[in-house]
Design a protein around this ligand. Structure first.
Ligand SMILES: CSCC[C@H](NC=O)C(=O)N[C@@H](CO)C(=O)O
Length: 764
């Protein structure tokens, strides 16, 4: 591989950096993408029990799970690696890996038993071409049980997702709890050949025969409502319990029919089960959006957003009497209940129902014995002197309590960083463990007996694995980390967080004085005279955020020679509830102007070529990209959009989250609202299609055939309009892909097409 700047040294070379040409060779770009896609992400860590060695020292085994793109196999591979940490329960004495990586195949879920003696695995495998699900129990060096759940026919497929799914050992280690699809009666036609009932004359005989076959005639084509994007195979979850000794699976029957249960765990003493129940009447709204890995916007591996807006409560079902009671309010949305190590309290996240799809959460605590609920951390409207902006995490780590059951750890966005926060439940005090670090993003994987395992990264540094003991309360400043797995900083990437105050005419009169931020990535070591091309990328949501973490596409864009501006416009999460609430009703104007103001400010600083500015984005980020090329037609020289929202009025009838269209267009949502022409007009007026006649920039569209969130008809509507107005447009159509276009071939192909489209239309 030689330098694209035409010298004869190995790339990247000095000449490349000095002349600073954008790399235009597709092969070089693919090489950089391949290299940078090989940095794995941490997805999980577990800490084993503390073991005392024969020499008196204590140690814990840490097992980690990682994911990585495999471009050759066209899959995301999952693998594990073990580490050993010697410690004195307060500080780490020695640590290191205890073996090499091993790929994990076919595991849907897995969980060590509380004592660490056993492991349960939910496995899917194909036997003679048929998919089967097994529940396995492993003890020491052997598999002691393998139950064929498919053959057992007590329920449908097991839920492996992180919205509903779980696999939990009872405290006694005798039972396992999980979630599966409710068993559906077999459906057949009235005219199925071989159906004897048509030949039976006696009505009793007909009844008996129907019962025996356990099938329902005429139900073959009945529609089952599902839970929407990424949950399309999930309709009616049920809680299931395996009695390990008796090999018996029972499905809990006493949960009300109007509720879909999930995120379950065993109550203290195993007397019953605590779970989150989502109300699904009068109909289900798409529940979540998860792991955005697409290339048309910046978010790569770790952006995990589980929406928290659909009405849900915490429930307890008693296993002896079967009584099911509600433990939290019935007019809020809750998630992530976590039991303290002393089994006395449950913390969980709560926020308003409907409204923006991600909001500032409350951290609530339910006392198991007094049955009282307290709000430990309330909604933060605006950050105060301590800088804390509120809790935005929508998933708490499965283990998040300190050993003394007093403090809770939360990793969540704080403006454009992701920090690790400690909440003291006795004083309600919030302290950051990481705000002073130069790493942009910290994520708690687990905490066990105060030993924390975290992943941290920055836009120029892939995820690394660290461990450390939680300092005693009040000494959080003394936090020190030990690195178990180092990641290589990318020397060619520079990054910074920029802050913006909107000009007075753009201030929001209802929510005045709100600032916002952007993350700027730049190739390092460019000469002062160099004017770089700039890719502008607003995130989707709109109520999400891009934090300063390792992001594959921006890193590759930057290594290729582009500057990348990731804008967290007002309405993003992580900046206080007021910022979030400032946007609904103002989409297409406030967010668009925020992005434009950020770009203009960056251009004023110098270093970028104002004739070479392009815009990319996915979903609501695609909505903004299409707005920007319509409202500033001479400014942007090219555009690439992944599954963009084009027309709110035409999307409301087909998306899995119609409430989103209403809320963002400025209306309150009710399930029984009848749309009026005036409402549809307002939606149309706020949509990018309104400005399509102005567009000059060539547009690349990337659409997922199976997108339930922003149905591909949105992109097609734009495609046809652009063609009608003679704007250059290219459409990429990805079968077998949903909203995120995150299958390995779609993501890598999308990246290459986007970068080459930008290069072509900037004449680089
Ligand atoms: C009716 S779709 C609205 C846009 C969408 N919001 C929620 O799903 C969106 O922008 N999604 C983002 C982030 O979740 C994305 O990048 O796909």
């Amino acid at each position: 591989m030689f330098c694209p700047a035409n010298c004869v040294t190995e790339f990247p070379c000095e000449l490349y950096h000095v002349s600073h040409k954008v790399i235009t060779s597709p092969d070089y770009i693919a090489k950089i993408y391949r290299e940078q896609s090989q940095y794995p992400s941490l997805s999980r860590a577990d800490v084993g029990p503390v073991i005392t060695s024969q020499y008196g020292g204590s140690y814990s085994n840490i097992s980690t799970e990682w994911t990585q793109q495999d471009l050759e196999r066209n899959e995301i591979v999952k693998f594990c690696r073990q580490y050993i940490v010697f410690h004195d329960n307060k500080s780490i004495v020695y640590s290191g890996p205890s073996g090499n990586c091993t790929e994990i195949k076919g595991e849907l879920l897995s969980q060590d038993s509380p004592s660490g003696e056993m492991k349960a695995v939910m496995r899917e495998c194909s036997i003679k071409g048929e998919e089967k699900q097994f529940l396995e129990i492993w003890h020491r060096n052997r598999k002691i049980k393998s139950l064929n759940l498919t053959e057992l026919k007590k329920h449908g497929k097991v839920y492996e997702d992180d919205q509903f799914g779980c696999l939990v050992w009872s405290h006694s280690e005798t039972h396992l709890l999980y979630v599966a699809e409710k068993k559906r009666p077999k459906a057949e036609s009235y005219f199925q050949s071989g159906s004897e009932s048509t030949l039976l004359v006696d009505e009793d005989e007909v009844m008996k025969s129907a019962k025996k076959e356990d099938s329902v005639k005429g139900d073959q084509f009945v529609y089952y409502e599902d839970w929407g994007e990424t949950l399309v195979t999930k309709a009616t979850p049920v809680l299931c319990i395996l009695d390990i000794e008796g090999n018996n699976v029972s499905v809990l029957e006493s949960i009300p029919d109007s509720i879909s249960p999930g995120q379950a765990f065993w109550a203290p003493n195993d007397t019953g089960v605590v779970f989150v129940g989502w109300w699904h009447e009068p109909f289900r709204l798409g529940l979540k959006y998860c792991r955005n890995r697409s290339t048309a916007d910046a978010n790569s591996f770790t952006m995990l957003c589980v929406f928290l807006y659909a009405r849900s409560s915490l429930f307890y079902v008693d296993l002896t009497g079967g009584k099911c009671e509600r433990l939290s309010s019935d007019s809020a949305a809750v998630c992530s209940p976590r039991l303290s190590p002393d089994l006395c309290r449950i913390v969980y996240l709560e926020c308003e129902v409907y409204g923006p799809h991600q909001q500032c959460n409350k951290l609530c605590m339910y006392d198991w014995y007094t049955k009282k609920t307290t709000v430990v951390v309330d909604v933060v409207k605006r950050a105060k002197e301590d800088g804390f902006t509120g809790i935005y995490s929508t998933v708490l780590s499965h283990q998040c309590w300190s050993a003394d059951s007093q403090r809770v750890l939360v990793s969540c966005a704080q403006k454009s960083r992701k920090d690790l926060i400690v909440v003291d439940t006795s004083t309600d005090q919030v302290t950051s463990l990481t705000s002073k670090s130069n790493m942009g993003s910290w994520c708690l994987l687990t905490i066990h007996r105060d030993l924390m395992v975290v992943s941290c990264s920055s836009p120029n540094c892939p995820p690394s694995l660290r461990v450390g003991f939680l300092p005693v309360s009040g000494s959080e400043d003394e936090m020190s980390w030990v690195t178990l797995e180092e990641a290589q900083t990318q020397p060619e990437i520079d990054w910074q967080i920029l802050s913006f105050t909107p000009p007075p005419e753009e201030d929001n009169s209802q929510y005045p004085g709100l600032d916002y931020e952007a993350i700027l990535l730049k190739p390092k070591d460019v000469t002062e005279k160099t004017k770089l091309p700039l890719i502008v990328n607003p995130h989707g949501g709109p109520h999400s955020v891009i934090v300063a973490e390792w992001l594959l596409s921006p890193a590759v864009f930057c290594s290729v020679g582009f500057g990348v501006l990731l804008v967290n416009y007002r309405g993003s999460i992580g900046y206080g509830q007021d910022s979030i609430l400032s946007l609904p009703g103002n989409v297409g104007t406030q967010d668009v102007k925020d992005v434009q103001f950020a770009v203009e400010s960056v251009l004023k600083q110098g270093g970028f070529d104002r004739e070479k500015v392009v815009v990319t984005g996915g979903s609501h980020g695609g909505f903004l990209a299409c707005h920007l090329i319509g409202q500033y037609p001479d400014f942007y020289k090219a555009c690439a959009a992944r599954n963009p929202v084009i027309n709110l009025a035409s999307m409301i009838g087909s998306t899995d989250i119609p409430d989103w269209c209403m809320v963002e267009a400025g209306f309150d949502y009710k399930t029984n609202t009848l749309l009026s022409p005036a409402m549809l007009e307002q939606m149309l007026n706020k949509s990018p299609i309104k400005h399509v006649t102005q567009v000059k920039a060539p547009v690349l569209l990337a659409l997922g055939e199976d997108d339930r969130r922003v149905p591909n008809k949105q992109g097609l509507e734009y495609y046809k309009s652009l063609k009608a107005f003679n704007v250059p447009v290219r459409l990429l159509w990805y079968p077998d892909n949903n909203h995120s276009l995150s299958k390995v071939d779609a993501e890598s192909d999308g990246f290459m097409n986007i970068v080459l489209w930008l290069i072509q239309h900037l004449s680089l």
